[in-house]
Design a protein around this ligand. Structure first.
Ligand code: PDD
Length: 286
């Protein structure tokens, strides 16, 4: 089925949508993105994604081409046009097409390029992987130092996924100076007793929108939240481990570098957190 995509305000069949070869997103990875989930035709945590988009743009001195209300309307239009019930809306803003290649940023006459498309994933919240859990390997984190900005420079995360694939597992966790930063496209956590441990926010990791909600729900469920770095050895010895992201929600991690975490099966805490997250976020969806 051909999708309707958004390019700079125009809604077009995907085969007719084009972006210039001089676009800085294409030539320099000079762009940022957001992925917002859709459940039951509604957007999950839209305000959070909108806030992070504004921050990513501001950190890179890029214009925000739309107000939050306009972004909401554009997202809803994409969901409606493509009949998405469960899935994702992908949004990308680049610094645009200055008409030639040049390292220096262009002036304000160059307008950002805005692209949105949808991905339909029926039954996204009922992903059978959640009952099995993920197996991960650790790989060195050699990404740049501003991982808090959600840029489209995704080559190393893609390589991380390929390293996992070649090792016959599901994903990689990045390790820097002996501690876990995050997953290739998700935040990483361990559970010890009644305590959830995750790396504190800094420029080392992306400030996950799912992370904010999950830590809030964990605190509301009387769990302790400890924001500090942890090692792979500590994770392997933990009771449970998990990742969060807008597309995976809360997903158990049951094996790290060939070693089972806990019983090697999803435990008690992580599936419960997933349940609470999905229930609460569905209620608040817009
Ligand atoms: N990835 N860390 C990294 C490096 C990520 O790429 C992501 C999201 C997250 C989780 O952030 P959030 O909870 O806001 O989705 C953490 C998205 C889903 C992606 O690239 O597809």
């Amino acid at each position: 089925m051909s999708r309707i995509v958004h390019v700079n305000g125009a809604l077009l069949p995907e085969a007719e949508a084009t972006v210039s070869v001089f676009d800085r997103g294409f030539l320099m990875a000079d762009g940022v993105y957001e992925v917002t989930s859709v459940l039951g035709g509604k957007l999950i945590d839209f305000d959070g994604h909108c806030r992070r988009l504004a921050r990513s743009l501001a950190e890179l001195e890029m214009q925000n081409p739309h107000t939050d209300a306009e972004w909401l309307q554009i997202h809803r239009e994409m969901v409606a046009q493509n009949g998405v019930v469960d899935g994702m809306v992908y949004l990308q803003v680049t610094r645009g097409n200055p008409g030639d290649r040049d390292f220096a940023f262009p002036g304000p006459e160059t307008k950002p390029t805005v692209v949105l498309f949808t991905q339909s994933k029926p039954g996204l919240a009922e992903n059978p992987q959640a009952a099995i859990g993920l197996r991960v390997i650790s790989v060195p984190d050699i990404r740049w130092g501003r991982r808090d900005i959600k840029t489209v420079q995704l080559l190393y995360p893609s390589m991380g996924k390929m390293m996992a694939k070649k090792a016959g597992v599901d994903d990689s966790w990045f390790v820097e100076d002996g501690t876990v930063t995050e997953g290739t496209s998700n935040n990483a956590y361990i559970v010890k007793g009644n305590r959830i441990i995750t790396r504190p926010l800094s420029s080392d990791i992306l400030h996950g929108i799912t992370r904010v909600a999950v830590l809030r729900f964990a605190a509301e469920a009387q769990m302790e939240v400890e924001e500090r770095p942890f090692t792979i050895a500590e994770a392997q010895a933990a009771d449970e481990a998990f990742i969060t992201s807008a597309s995976a929600f809360v997903m158990p991690v049951v094996e790290i570098d060939g070693q089972a975490v806990g019983t090697g099966k999803p435990g008690r805490v992580v599936p419960r957190l997933r349940e609470i997250y999905l229930e609460e976020m569905r209620k608040a969806a817009i």
